[in-house]
Design a protein around this ligand. Structure first.
Ligand code: C5P
Length: 231
């Protein structure tokens, strides 16, 4: 059985609906992703709430920080302090920030699990040679800094995996068979993304918009041969 790589984006408005969703899906999800939509309404205490409801799951704070070095660093430090296990920054913050972030990650990791994920080009951007080139340039800057985690679309994974075997590659833009693309452009199925070499998959509307999210999730976990999150 493969380790569970599923990250579920809690992109909903109703607090109770979110709590119910966590309660019912926690055995099938590795990480819950909190973005500004939820965090701005519920605040840092919601991170603790998730951890209490799903103690085996990780929490990913997806704010995609993009600021001057000192501000980016303090934002990441704050994310760590409120209990996030993953946090996103834009890879475009530049080599100086990335190097400082690497040092910060190194010291925070000594306290508990913590990963800084560097966002390359959003999966809502059309596929083109320019996009692919930009992802590679940003991946190179991230790698040179010492950081080892990148967010990219599933389409860049194969090339990146060949070049950097030790990069942790997080891919949003996952769609199940028959799903709408919505605003995403560079999408792939969960199976194809894993086959290409993704380390973790971000699922949002492919699960959230289903009449029975748990049923869809269970069948995905079974068909991909994934382990339960708590095992
Ligand atoms: O619903 P969907 O599967 O498109 O949701 C994708 C989730 O991943 C959203 O929460 C979005 O903010 C996030 N994300 C993304 N592209 C990135 C980084 C994060 O779509 N590069």
């Amino acid at each position: 059985m493969k380790q569970n790589p599923l990250m579920l984006a809690l992109d909903l408005d109703d607090r109770n609906k979110i709590l119910d969703l966590i309660h019912e899906t926690k055995d099938y999800i590795w990480t819950y992703k909190v973005g500004p939509r939820l965090f701005l309404k519920e605040g840092p205490s919601f991170i603790k709430k998730i951890k209490k409801l799903a103690p085996f799951c990780k929490v990913f704070l997806d704010f995609k920080f993009y600021d001057i070095p000192s501000s980016t660093l303090s934002a990441v430090q704050s994310a760590f302090e409120i209990g996030a296990d993953f946090v996103t920054v834009h890879a475009k913050v530049g080599p100086r920030s990335l190097k400082e972030l690497y040092q910060l990650e190194k010291s925070l990791k000594k306290i508990k699990f913590f990963k800084i994920l560097c966002v390359s080009v959003l999966s809502s951007v059309e596929m083109s040679d320019k996009t692919q080139k930009e992802v590679l340039i940003l991946a190179d800057q991230v790698y040179q800094s010492g950081l080892r985690a990148l967010v990219c679309s599933p389409f860049e994974v194969k090339t990146l995996r060949e070049k950097y075997s030790d990069l942790f590659l997080v891919t949003p833009g996952i769609r199940l068979d028959g799903d709408f693309q919505f605003d995403q452009k560079r999408t792939m199925t969960a199976r194809d993304a894993l086959q290409a070499g993704s380390s973790a998959l971000v699922l949002g509307r492919s699960i959230l918009n289903k009449k029975d999210p748990l049923k869809v999730l269970k069948s995905l976990v079974m068909s991909l041969g994934l382990a339960y999150a708590s095992s």
